[in-house]
Design a protein around this ligand. Sequence first.
Ligand code: SF4
Length: 379
Amino acid sequence: MPPKGHAILSASSADRWLHCPPSARLCESYDDKGSDYAAEGTDAHALCEYKLRQALGMEAADPTENLSWYNSEMEECATDYAAYVLEQVEAAKQTCADPVVLIEQRVDFSRWVEGGFGTADCIIIADGTLQIIDYKHGLGVLVSAVENSQAQCYALGALELFDGIYDIDSVRMTIYQPRRDNVSTYKLSKDELYRWADEVLKPTAELAFAGDGNFLCGEWCGFCKAKHECRARAEANLELARYDFKLPPLLTDEEVEEILSRADDLVSWAADIKEYALRQALSGKKWNGWKLVEGRSNRRYTNEAAVSAAVEGAGFDPYEKKVLGVTAMQKLLGKSRFEELLAPYIEKPQGKPTLVPESDKRPAINTAKNDFMEENDYE
Ligand code: SF4
């Protein structure tokens, strides 16, 4: 794997700095702390790279013994990813005799973004279409390929290398996110991509590089290192305080709708502030009116072997045997073995009604009132 490095305006953070240009410079002052999720993703990418090289008949060293997060689910995801890429290569051969496959390819899109580079998981170059495939191991956020600025930056970097050598007229970008059963693809013409690069990417990157532009908060704040202390985010969330915590009967329908549209951001912002304040307090910061105390804790055994010996000695069985939960079982068996063995025994009960924005892809459920209205429509 090539060294990843960190650009101020990286492709992976493009969604954030394109929406909120000043966040780029603001994030510079924070250390990169990393996380378990990031470490797991790095392991998964290393395995994907190995599986793909192997599938393409290239030499590759098996990284498995050095992967701290390796498990059968990761093995299966990486194997399926390699198979998916092979399918795409076969499809590319229909239009081009010699498609090129690049794995973990460093791409440079600094023509539009100062210092802009990134590492694309897989690029397939063929006459006609250039394809970018980006593997996502995360479960938390469902990633769409539609207008995905990270993939578009990689595509621009790939065009810098191959436009002119190959006869490329369109670009196809795929997000492969197996743990969410998500394969999302978006295609646009090369001209449309260049237009976006010139009209949106370049001018916004200039603002971001200079530390200019307007703060704008939204979903992308979740990936911002300044999210705990950001004044713009605080002000946007505190703006709801104008409703003065009135309860629904005193609010208009429009006010309830506005609060609903911002409630998730408000909750996640409040959780970020609590986490930040606790971390600071643990490092010695004194918050006026607040103190650190011990949280509640439960009793626990100091020596499990001694406990079971004592209980067995007294004539009791100290163990409980429980079937693993669905997620843990799938992790143990891998997805296909899980399906093969357990499909007849899995059900998905109806979910609890949840209020979501109209843009959500799930179909609306009928409430009792809707049913009643529909019945009367037939009369
Ligand atoms: S928290 Fe959100 S609004 Fe604040 S700098 Fe970061 S991305 Fe911008």
